[in-house]
Ligand binder design. Structure first.
Ligand SMILES: Nc1nc2c(ncn2[C@@H]2O[C@H](COP(=O)(O)OP(=O)(O)OP(=O)(O)O)[C@@H](O)[C@H]2O)c(=O)[nH]1
Ligand SMILES: [Mg+2]
Ligand SMILES: [Zn+2]
Length: 296
């Protein structure tokens, strides 16, 4: 499944390059719409009409809760989250990156980091950021899709993976997607008409055995109201320290003898990562992310 519309979906058929538009089979009762990443079985009818008969069971689903509390599945069968962050224009917002990485870790979804727009950023700052995220165990790359730099290294990381890219608007996700062989116009509707091409529907490109999904926006990765116990599970470098605080219900903010803050003081946890933890906990990060995507 590469992209979905209102009552139809674009399907990539095994062994074929092109994608076809398929309709959902009519059924009684509520029907489940496919999402990017779904594997489906289809039948080709007379006059080339393609109908989706069934959606295969999903291994992983990425769910988002809408404002009215209903769950919406954004993507399926993903086994890698690629957090894309620009080094400049827009300037790197580490709290948004850390929120994405926390989301992935809490869902046991492996994640990697791609920094874009190195041509617009300070070299020392780039090296510092790469060292920070490599240091806590994330595969981290610098790619410039505009000038076609670092794309092969990224492609190598994606081999055989079912990956989903996420990151703030304008960081270069679609540019990376196109460089890797993604199909531009499939299901593409620009929210702003001519000019800026903000992706408004998820799209999928097949890369050998794997795939890459270009997702719109990042609101679906919001953590909402989250308690310290759940959130601290999202920070990989906290893993070995949880349980070592004096209080079992330590929030790692004000309590004495907190193993996390001791590690921070000793330089074993990066200040920006701890700052992200505090801001996500306070709900501050969420607001910033929402504002950012409204500006779109
Ligand atoms: N200088 C420079 N520009 C880049 C780079 N990567 C992307 N861009 C530019 O950044 C702009 C936004 O890129 P997109 O690929 O549309 O960003 P996106 O993440 O898909 O944005 P949304 O679909 O809104 O979420 C485009 O004008 C790109 O040409 C880079 O490495 N260097
Ligand atoms: Mg895009
Ligand atoms: Zn603590």
């Amino acid at each position: 499944m590469v992209a979905t519309g209102r009552n139809s979906a674009w399907v990539a058929i095994d062994g074929q390059n092109a994608t076809v538009v398929a309709d959902m089979r009519r059924t009684r009762g509520p029907r489940t719409m496919p999402v990017p990443g779904d594997r489906v079985t289809i039948t080709t009818h007379e006059a080339g009409r393609v109908v989706i008969d069934a959606i295969e069971p999903r291994s992983f689903t990425l769910e988002r809760e809408s404002l009215d509390g209903r769950k919406k599945i954004m993507a399926a069968n993903v086994d890698l989250l690629v957090a894309v962050v620009a080094l400049a224009d827009p300037s790197p917002r580490l709290v948004t990156l850390d929120q994405l990485l926390a989301f992935a870790h809490m869902h046991d979804l492996p994640a990697m980091v791609v920094f874009t727009k190195p041509d617009l950023a300070d070299a020392v700052e780039q090296a510092r950021l790469v060292a920070l995220y490599t240091g806590i165990g994330y595969a981290t790359l610098i790619c410039d899709p505009k000038h076609n730099i670092g794309i092969d290294a990224f492609a190598a990381k994606l081999l055989g993976r079912h990956a989903l890219m996420a990151g703030m608007s304008g960081v270069g996700k679609s540019s990376l997607f196109l460089r890797l062989g993604g199909d531009g116009p499939v299901g593409e509707v620009s929210r702003f008409g001519m000019g800026r091409q903000t992706t408004s529907a998820a799209r999928l490109a097949r890369l050998g055995d794997g795939f890459l999904i270009d997702s719109p926006g990042i609101n679906e990765f919001g953590l909402g109201r989250i308690d310290p116990e759940a959130l601290s599970q999202g920070f990989v470098e906290f893993d070995g320290l949880l349980g070592s605080c004096r209080f079992t219900d330590c929030s790692h903010t004000v309590e004495p003898n907190c193993a996390i803050r001791e590690a921070l003081d000793q330089g074993r946890i990066a200040p920006s990562r701890y700052e992200s933890y505090r801001r996500i906990l306070s709900g501050d990060a969420e607001v910033e992310t929402e504002l950012e995507s409204d500006e779109g």
